[in-house]
Design a protein. Structure first.
Length: 201
C-alpha cells in the first residue's frame, strides 16, 4: 500500500491528543453532570457542514479506518459520496472512528477560547449549549477549565510541520488539507505535498 506511515510517526500527535483528553477529564471532574457529550449524542456530527483535516489528522484517521472489516470500509466509502452533514463516519449515532477522530471533533462542545476571535470583536468563548446548563453562565467557569484553542491549533501546526518534513522532506503548508470524504475514498494513498493545495479559509 502507498504512503505507509510507521506507528511511531504519530507519537507527537498522540501526545497532543493525550493533553486534550486530560483537559476534558479535568472539566468533567470539576463540573460533574454538566457535560452532555457522550455516545448517543450526535448533534454536532449532524450539523458540521464540512470537516477539514490536516495531514497528520488525516493519516491518523486512516489508521483506524484500515482496521475495520472490508465491508465496513466499503460502506463508509459509499456513504462519503454524499455531502455533509451528517458526517459519513456517523453510524447509529456514534462515530465509527472515534478513537482516531480529528482535533475539531475532540474539542467540540468543551469550553474553548479564541483570543484571535476576540481581537476582531467575535465571540471568543464557545461550548455546546447542552453543557453547563446548571451554571450561572460562562463567567462562572474556572479559567483552567477553558482551553485556548488558538494555542492548541498552533501546536497542531507544529506537529504537522515535523510530520510532513520527516515523511516527505517538504515544508508544511496549511493548505495541505483533506475532507473526511477524501480520506474515506482513499485519496491519501497517492498523495504528495506537491500534488495540490486546498483553500481552507
Amino acid at each position: 500500500m502507498a504512503n505507509e506511515i510507521p506507528p511511531g510517526a504519530f507519537a507527537e500527535y498522540e501526545a497532543l491528543i493525550e493533553k486534550i483528553d486530560g483537559f476534558q477529564a479535568r472539566v468533567r471532574e470539576r463540573y460533574p453532570g454538566q457535560i452532555e457529550c457522550r455516545a448517543g449524542c450526535s448533534e454536532c456530527c449532524r450539523k458540521i457542514p464540512r470537516l477539514i483535516l490536516s495531514p497528520v489528522e488525516a493519516f491518523y484517521l486512516r489508521e483506524q479506518l484500515r482496521q475495520l472489516p472490508p465491508e465496513e470500509q466499503t460502506r463508509l466509502r459509499e456513504a462519503s459520496r454524499t455531502a455533509m452533514p451528517p458526517c459519513p463516519i456517523l453510524t447509529d449515532d456514534a462515530c465509527l472512528l472515534h478513537r482516531n477522530r480529528p482535533m475539531l471533533c475532540r474539542t467540540y462542545g468543551y469550553p474553548t477560547l479564541s483570543p484571535q476571535l476576540l481581537k476582531i470583536g467575535q465571540p471568543g468563548l464557545n461550548y455546546c449549549y447542552k453543557n453547563f446548563t446548571g451554571l450561572g453562565g460562562p463567567n462562572t467557569l474556572d479559567q483552567d477549565s477553558i482551553m485556548n484553542v488558538d494555542r492548541v491549533t498552533e501546536e497542531l501546526w507544529e506537529v504537522n510541520r515535523r510530520f510532513v518534513a520527516e515523511r516527505w522532506g517538504a515544508i508544511f503548508d496549511r493548505r495541505m488539507a483533506f475532507t473526511v470524504q477524501e480520506v474515506l475514498q482513499g485519496a491519501l494513498e497517492d498523495w504528495s505535498p506537491g500534488k495540490g493545495r486546498r483553500d481552507t479559509g
